[in-house]
Structure formats: structure tokens, C-alpha cells
Design a protein around this ligand. Structure first.
Ligand code: G
Ligand code: MN
Length: 417
């Protein structure tokens, strides 16, 4: 069946057609040509074959998809309305597996509606029949160059060591980012007090349903590039406030701040959504970020405290060697980074450092959260050291709403080794 669908263009093409000089030598690229009309397949096939393209015809979208299963094409030219999977459905199916291959849609009945859909699903060109040879060649030549550029971009990204999103063009990133903000939601991860056998609070963690920016790091990287970090912070705080209004339980909520959020006047505005909940909020400021540049930090921190907020140094142990953020924030809470917690039961060096941090914080009257606990053994060592607050996948993953922790995990354990 497949073999029958794969005659080369030569079989249908006419080697004697006249070819404008400018197209010569641009060929070699492979074109998948999809049309239910055999005459169109032959005509288009010949035009493209004559300028050097390798053309594989397919009689409808379904046939094209089955070809795509085991062959790669540089360009797809497809008719829009065909029995057995039309061009738009083919385009969608192609996009779900290959974001790059240029698709040219051809239609006998151009409509604004389908043209718009074509753009939305990422068609490169939308051509109206009858398509003359020159237009077809130009479109496919252009598509080939776009394809080549895509390959070069990927190569460049590998050299520069960036991920695909970071190298995306600004317009694309803006669109992705807008969708991210629209679909942003907050996951809550429990923080438990084992000495008190209860859930102490939850850390609010931003999540997005936009798959192109799958984790908070990617969202913030994009926000930084677009200089829209402040917007992200505002959306997060608004969403957290909404949840708090819906769940008036007496639990504290830990909210991550980007250092730039500290410059946002909205944070200090008593009418801002989160302000009325300040007494329940611990604002986390990561050790990883540099807050040296904030000359009026002390004043800002004082204002936040007056509003009722508490402050936490996040990711302690993962950031700068210096203690500047610690000294300048005078935090109410310290969160020990998960890199220090990992394998605590097997690593006496880590254990000694964590124990000393706990002792010092106790002396300074600072509450401590150990983060990223993934197993019972890590939790047991931390219990033994008298860690006030624990957080990690072992107790609960970040999830929608305030999920409960199994009763037996709320109790202190004795190390059994
Ligand atoms: O930097 P900060 O501490 O805010 O980062 C918290 C991140 O760590 C969240 O994205 C959360 O999903 C993740 N996280 C929470 N608990 C665990 C854990 O037990 N193990 C690992 N690997 N990640 C965790
Ligand atoms: Mn955090």
C-alpha cells in the first residue's frame, strides 16, 4: 500500500518543462505533495521536480500521514479539502509531532476562516488555486529556506547551549508568554510541623498550562527577557489571594518573590489583593538571586513587615557563599535548599552543616523549613535534629488546592538505622 503511494516525481513529471534559471540548484529538498486531484499532483509534481525537488505524492491527508510515519520531508504542500483527512487536519497532525516542517496549504475556495485557522496552526503559506508554476516554485523555495534556517537555529542553540524556547523570536515569545499569564495557576505544596503533628502551611508555586513554558524557571526566564517579571509577580499574588479567600483555613502561605518584585509599588499597596492576607503570608526571597543592587532594601523590608508579612530566605545553601541576603533581610524563616537535604542519612558532611544551621537559627529565633525531602530516611534524620518544618515530595507534591498529608507522615519518626 505504501509502496504504491510513493512513486517518484519522475514517474509523473515531465523532464522537458522549461525552468526559470533562478530556481535551478535550489532543489534536493524533499517535498510531500498532497492532493486528491491526480491532475494537480502531476502538474505540481512536474513543476517542482523540474527545479530539482524530490517530490512524493499522496492522494489525501491520511496517505500523507502514513508516509510521514517513516519518512521526513523538508516541505509539505497540501490541498485543503480532500476526502479522508483534509489539509487543515493534516496540518494539525503534523504540528503535533513536528513544529518546524513548513506546510503550504492550497485551496480552490479561499475563505477568511480557513486562512485564519491555517495561520493559527502554523501554515507557512496559503495559496489559492489556480496556482501558477512561478508562485508554486517561489513558495516552495521560500519554505525550503525557512526549513534550512530552522535547522541552523537548532544548531546555533546547541552551540550556545540554550533551550528552544529561549532562542525563539521575540514575537513568538510574547504570544507564548501572554498565554502563560492567562493560564497561570497556583499549585500548593504542604509544609508540615512534625513536632506539632499538623500541616503548618503551603508553599504557593506557579504553574502554567502553556506547554511551551513548562516550568516556573522557563516562565521567569521568558519574563526576564521580555522585561515583564513584575506582571508575573502580580498575577501570582492575585491568584494566591483568590485561593485564600476561598479557603479561609488557618494555614500560612509561602509565596516566592522575584527580587524585582521588591521594586514593584503594587507589593506595598494596601489595596493590592494579597495585602489583606499579609498576616498569613511568608514571602520567600531566594538566596540564588542577587539583591545587592537594592540599596533601599532595609526600608522596603521594614515596610513589608509593617504590613504584616513575614520574610523567608529561600534555597539557603544553594546561592551565594556570602550571607548578605541573610543579614539584610533578617528573615523570620529560613528554607534549607534541597541539595543539602538530599541523602542526608548517608552523608555526614551534609548532616553536620544542616545541624549547625538548625542550631544557629534556633539561637536567633528563626524558624526553619527543610525543603525537598523525598524519603523517610531524610525525614527521620531531620526529626532527630529537631527540624521544626518539613516540605518535600515525601509529604506531598505541589497540587491544586490544599491537599492533606496522610496522618502517619505528620508524626515524628525514630531513625531505624
Ligand atoms: O526554589 P524553590 O524552593 O521555591 O523551589 C521549589 C521547587 O522545588 C518547586 O518547583 C517544587 O515543585 C520543587 N520541589 C518541591 N519538593 C520537592 C522534592 O521533594 N524534590 C524535588 N526534586 N523537587 C521538589
Ligand atoms: Mn520557594
Amino acid at each position: 500500500m505504501k509502496a504504491q503511494l510513493r512513486p517518484t516525481a519522475g514517474a509523473e513529471g515531465d523532464p522537458n518543462g522549461s525552468v526559470p534559471e533562478k530556481h535551478r540548484g535550489e532543489g534536493k529538498a524533499s517535498v510531500l505533495l498532497v492532493d486528491d486531484d491526480g491532475a494537480v499532483r502531476r502538474a505540481f509534481g512536474r513543476i517542482l521536480h523540474d527545479v530539482g525537488y524530490t517530490v512524493t505524492p499522496a492522494a489525501d491527508g491520511a496517505a500523507a500521514l502514513s508516509l510521514l510515519e517513516d519518512a521526513r520531508f523538508d516541505v509539505i504542500v497540501s490541498d485543503l479539502s480532500m476526502p479522508n483527512l483534509g489539509g487543515m487536519d493534516l496540518l494539525r497532525a503534523v504540528r503535533s509531532r513536528d513544529l518546524d516542517v513548513p506546510v503550504i496549504l492550497v485551496t480552490g475556495v479561499p475563505e477568511i476562516d480557513s486562512a485564519m485557522k491555517a495561520v493559527e496552526y502554523g501554515a507557512l503559506r496559503y495559496l489559492a488555486k489556480p496556482v501558477d508554476a512561478e508562485t508554486l516554485r517561489d513558495a516552495v523555495d521560500y519554505a525550503t529556506r525557512v526549513r534550512a534556517l530552522g535547522a541552523l537555529k537548532r544548531e546555533a542553540m546547541e552551540i550556545v547551549g540554550r533551550n528552544a524556547q529561549e532562542a525563539a523570536d521575540r514575537a513568538g515569545l510574547e504570544a507564548t508568554f501572554a498565554k502563560t499569564l492567562d493560564t497561570l495557576w497556583i499549585a500548593f505544596q504542604p509544609i508540615i510541623s512534625r513536632p506539632e503533628s499538623r500541616i503548618y502551611g503551603y508553599e504557593a508555586l506557579m504553574r502554567s498550562r502553556e506547554s511551551a513554558l513548562p516550568h516556573p524557571g522557563a516562565v521567569l526566564d521568558a519574563a526576564e527577557r521580555l522585561e515583564r517579571v513584575t506582571e508575573v509577580g502580580r498575577v501570582v499574588r492575585r491568584r494566591v489571594a483568590e485561593t485564600l479567600t476561598q479557603h479561609p483555613q488557618a494555614v500560612d502561605i509561602f509565596v516566592n518573590l522575584h527580587p524585582q518584585d521588591l521594586r514593584d509599588p503594587e507589593l506595598y499597596d494596601s489595596r493590592a489583593p494579597l495585602s489583606s492576607h499579609a498576616a498569613r503570608i511568608v514571602l520567600e526571597i531566594t538566596e540564588r538571586a542577587n539583591i545587592e543592587g537594592l540599596h533601599d532594601l532595609a526600608e522596603r523590608v521594614a515596610r513589608l513587615r509593617m504590613m504584616g508579612y513575614r520574610l523567608a530566605v529561600d534555597d539557603l545553601g544553594a546561592g551565594y557563599a556570602g550571607l548578605s541576603s541573610f543579614v539584610r533581610l533578617e528573615p523570620d524563616v529560613v528554607k534549607i535548599d534541597m541539595s543539602l537535604i538530599r541523602d542526608l542519612h548517608r552523608d555526614s558532611t551534609r548532616a553536620r552543616v544542616v545541624k549547625s544551621i538548625l542550631e544557629l537559627c534556633r539561637e536567633m529565633n528563626i524558624n526553619v523549613v527543610a525543603e525537598g525531602i523525598e524519603c523517610a530516611e531524610e525525614a527521620a534524620v531531620l526529626d532527630e535534629m529537631g527540624t521544626p518544618l518539613l516540605q518535600g515530595y515525601y509529604f506531598g507534591r505541589p497540587a491544586e488546592g490544599f491537599t492533606l498529608v496522610p496522618e502517619e507522615l505528620l508524626r515524628r519518626t525514630k531513625p531505624s538505622f
